[in-house]
Structure formats: structure tokens, C-alpha cells
Design a protein around this ligand. Structure first.
Ligand SMILES: Cc1cc2nc3c(=O)[nH]c(=O)nc-3n(C[C@H](O)[C@H](O)[C@H](O)COP(=O)(O)OP(=O)(O)OC[C@H]3O[C@@H](n4cnc5c(N)ncnc54)[C@H](O)[C@@H]3O)c2cc1C
Length: 425
């Protein structure tokens, strides 16, 4: 059996490895000139290395940890915690959180835990909770907080996790994701990074395959017939017995299907929303943020939102990760790197003097992602979620947006396991 895999992010690469192990022949296609997709480690030479895309692994992301083990890589424990918090000119640390914000945080968590008790998996079976599906996470956070500072903190915290403002996230969708966190003890979030970079891991995964990836091959059209699937790329065609498409939903929307996909599938793809995410990374002569009881991690109420020490090589890099409405500010800036640096300088004047150069990665305008990662928008779970993953004949769908760990590297791997099961069984 010959299976085409289109999209060589980590979901496609993992699916290829599992299929080869099961004895299938695979043909690999990727629109970009590299594998890895939204895992992209940038190496500018001279030790200037940073993650432009996905970066952090939670301690209970068991598939990612097992994959690292397979490649003889031990996960890199995070540095730079606890975060510094800056709100209206006042500063503290996450472990010394202001009491009002801490109480609000605990109140939100307790309310979410309580609501999760009545929910079940799979998420779309919670038909009795249509009201939750139509509500926004932002409203829930407003309802369960009492202080302005607490509201700011929980909004910032969950925006970072969802990759989008809580007002664009559905409450039921968020709660079914929160169910993953119920057994956590507190230190699991962003516990590790991938040693050498997530991009290097993807390259190693590609090298370990028997099949060679066909890069620079954007898929335009999929023609499904009784005896196979024809894949039509910008340059050339390929006939396979079955295909796995791992394209993020907005990229999938641009592909033409003959015959058309079912209405339910098309609506699910259209309704699957991606967060607006940018990363800005600055190189400095010295890591002025190290020492002094701090290591670069900050959450602030300014439009730079969040920073951390992003250095993956010897050169000091400070990374900012901005989601939602604030990301649009940087997209519209003529020089977002310098404008962002000015913002960092408001908190730390030494940044200006030690600055060398910087880069912005705008995932919302990336032609093959068109967003950071998926979140479950209001109304999505009950109407659309069950239609996003199932196959349409010989066409199978994978990628983080089709998983229960929506948005995460873990979810991309989960989707690869599911889709290979569909084909092999
Ligand atoms: C800034 C940022 C920060 C993140 N932080 C984290 C984090 O800390 N932890 C975490 O777990 N996750 C994080 N994520 C999410 C994580 O990166 C993704 O969930 C994961 O990489 C998705 O993998 P995937 O294989 O499903 O999709 P992708 O990596 O997007 O792979 C899909 C592939 O399809 C290709 N493609 C698209 N269109 C076509 C076409 N027409 N023809 C052929 N190929 C096509 C793309 O080029 C891409 O290579 C982050 C993402 C971003 C952008």
C-alpha cells in the first residue's frame, strides 16, 4: 500500500515513521523548503539559535518525551522561572503573586474543576452543555475574578496557553482542554525544551525515514477515485492508495477537493480557528537578564505580553511571544523589532545599550500556517469538532487541530498515532 503524506510538520513526520514501521510505502510532500512546519529552530550562525515556533514541552506530554527518548535526547529543563510579573508599574514574581490575583486565579481554577466534573470525553458528547459551548472563556474569567489585577493575570495566563484572547475562545472547548490538567500538581507547564531545537529533532526524524521528502511541493488539488487518490501539486502529480493531510485548517481550506468534501467536514475546517501569534527575538551582546534573581521570563500588561530567555546557542536571545489583539500591533509596525525593543527598554533600560539585532516571526501571515495554533472557538465543540478528524474515503486528516491535545506538539503526535491506526486497521 502506498500512502501519500502531505505536510511534514511533526505530525506528518511521525505518521511517516509509524507507517514505515508497519510496512507501508510512503511518499512525502511539503510546501516549504524544510521539514518541521511550525517547529522552526532558526540558526543564524555564530551561536545565534532560537525557536521561532513551538518551544515548550509540558511534563505530562508523554508522547513528546518518548519521542525524545527514541532519538537519545534528554529533555532540557526550563530555565528562567519563576516569571516576573509587571502590572501598572508594579513588579512581583509568579511565586510571590499578589494576594488578590492569587485568590482570583485559585477561584477560576476551582470553578473550572467543578464544571469539569460534569463533562465527559469525547467533547462533542456534552450536548447538555450547549450554554457552555456558546459562552466565551473571557466571560467566565470575568465572572470568577474580583480584582482588576486578578482579571489581568488570568486573562494573560490563559491567552498564552490558548494562543488567542480568551474572548475568542469557547468555554466548553477550553474546559475539555482543562480536563487534561486535572491531575497536575503544579510544575508541569512548560517544563522542558527540546535539546538542540525542535527543528533539529524534525530533521532527525526526516533522516531516519526510508522515504525522501519532496520539498517545495505545495498541494493544490486532491482527486479521489474508486481505486486511489491523485494529488496535484504546483508542479506535478502523484497517485497514491490513500493520503494523510496534516495541513493546518486555513491551508487546507485552499486545497480543492474533487469530489468536494462533505458539508460537515468543510464547515468544520472553516470553523477551526487559529490564534494570532507573533514571536519577536532580540540578540544582545550580554544576557543582562541573567542573575539578579531573574532570568528573562516576564509577563506584563504592555503589548509585548511575555518574554523569556530564548537562547538555544551561545548568543544571548530574549524572545517575546505575543498573541491575540496585541499581535496586530506588531504586525502593523513598520519596524516591529525596534518598536518591541523600545517596549522592553521601558522595563529594562540596559536592553537598548546591549542590543545587537532581532527578528520577528509572524505566524498569522505565514502562507502555510496562517495562525499560531488551533483553539476551540465558541460553538465549535458541539457543532463541528466531531467532523474535523474522521477520514473522507481514502483521505485522512491529521495535525494538532484534530487532536484532544489541540494546539500542542503532543496533539500533533497524538493525531499521527490516530491516523496511522485508521490506515493500518
Ligand atoms: C509561535 C508558536 C509557539 C508555539 N508554542 C508551542 C509550545 O510552546 N508548545 C507546544 O506544544 N506547541 C506550541 N506551538 C504549537 C506547535 O508548534 C504545533 O502544535 C505543532 O508544531 C503542529 O504540528 P503539525 O504537524 O500539526 O502542523 P505543522 O507543523 O503546521 O505542519 C503542517 C505542514 O503542512 C505544510 N503545508 C501547509 N500547506 C501545505 C500545502 N498546501 N502543501 C503541502 N504542504 C503544506 C506546512 O508547511 C507544514 O510543514 C506553538 C506554535 C507557534 C506558531
Amino acid at each position: 500500500m502506498r500512502v501519500g503524506i502531505v505536510g511534514l510538520g511533526i505530525a506528518g513526520l511521525r505518521a511517516a515513521a509509524l507507517l514505515e514501521a508497519a510496512g507501508a510505502e510512503v511518499s512525502l510532500f511539503e510546501a516549504r523548503d524544510r521539514v518541521g512546519g511550525r517547529l522552526h529552530t532558526v540558526d543564524k550562525g555564530y551561536g545565534v539559535v532560537y525557536e521561532a515556533g513551538g518551544e515548550w514541552i509540558d511534563a505530562d506530554h508523554h508522547r513528546v518525551l518518548a519521542l525524545l527518548h527514541e532519538f537519545n535526547l534528554g529533555p532540557d529543563p526550563r530555565v528562567g522561572w519563576p516569571k516576573r510579573l509587571c502590572w501598572r508599574g508594579k513588579q512581583t514574581r509568579e511565586d510571590l503573586m499578589w494576594n488578590d490575583a492569587l485568590e482570583d486565579d485559585l477561584r477560576v481554577e476551582a470553578a473550572a474543576r467543578e464544571m469539569c466534573r460534569d463533562l465527559r470525553q469525547p467533547p462533542w458528547e456534552n450536548t447538555a452543555f450547549e450554554d457552555l459551548d456558546n459562552r466565551r472563556l473571557g466571560d467566565f474569567l470575568r465572572e470568577h475574578t474580583q480584582s482588576e489585577r486578578g482579571l489581568w493575570w488570568v486573562m494573560a495566563k490563559y491567552r498564552s496557553d490558548e494562543g488567542e484572547d480568551p474572548d475568542r475562545v469557547g468555554l466548553l472547548g477550553w474546559l475539555v482542554g482543562f480536563m487534561h490538567y486535572l491531575g497536575r500538581e503544579g510544575e508541569e507547564m512548560s517544563a522542558f525544551r527540546i535539546p538542540g531545537g525542535a527543528g533539529a529533532l524534525c530533521q532527525q526524524m526526516a533522516l531516519a525515514l526510508g522515504a525522501e521528502p519532496n520539498l517545495n511541493s505545495p498541494l493544490r488539488r486532491v482527486r479521489q477515485g474508486p481505486d486511489g487518490v491523485e494529488l496535484i501539486f504546483e508542479h506535478g502529480k502523484e497517485k497514491v492508495d490513500a493520503v494523510i493531510l496534516t495541513l493546518p485548517p486555513p491551508a487546507l481550506e485552499r486545497v480543492v477537493f474533487e469530489p468536494a468534501l462533505s458539508t460537515a467536514k468543510r464547515c468544520a475546517i472553516e470553523a477551526s480557528e487559529m490564534g494570532r501569534v507573533v514571536k519577536i527575538c532580540w540578540q544582545f551582546r550580554e544576557a543582562w537578564w541573567r542573575g539578579d534573581e531573574w532570568s528573562g521570563s516576564m509577563q506584563c500588561d504592555g503589548p509585548i505580553q511575555q518574554t523569556w530567555d530564548g537562547s538555544m546557542g551561545t548568543a544571548p536571545i530574549l524572545s517575546a511571544y505575543v498573541c491575540g489583539d496585541d499581535s496586530v500591533i506588531w504586525q502593523n509596525e513598520r519596524n516591529p523589532v525596534l518598536a518591541g525593543l523600545r517596549e522592553v527598554t521601558r522595563y529594562w533600560p540596559e536592553a537598548q545599550e546591549l542590543y545587537v539585532r532581532g527578528w520577528m516571526h509572524d505566524w498569522t501571515r505565514d502562507p502555510y500556517a496562517m495562525g499560531g495554533f488551533a483553539h476551540l472557538a465558541p460553538g465549535y465543540v458541539l457543532e463541528h469538532m466531531k467532523h474535523i478528524a474522521p477520514p473522507d474515503g481514502r483521505i485522512h486528516f491529521a495535525g494538532e487541530h484534530t487532536a484532544s491535545w489541540v494546539g500542542f506538539i503532543e496533539g500533533a503526535l497524538e493525531s499521527a498515532e490516530r491516523v496511522v491506526g485508521e490506515i493500518v486497521n
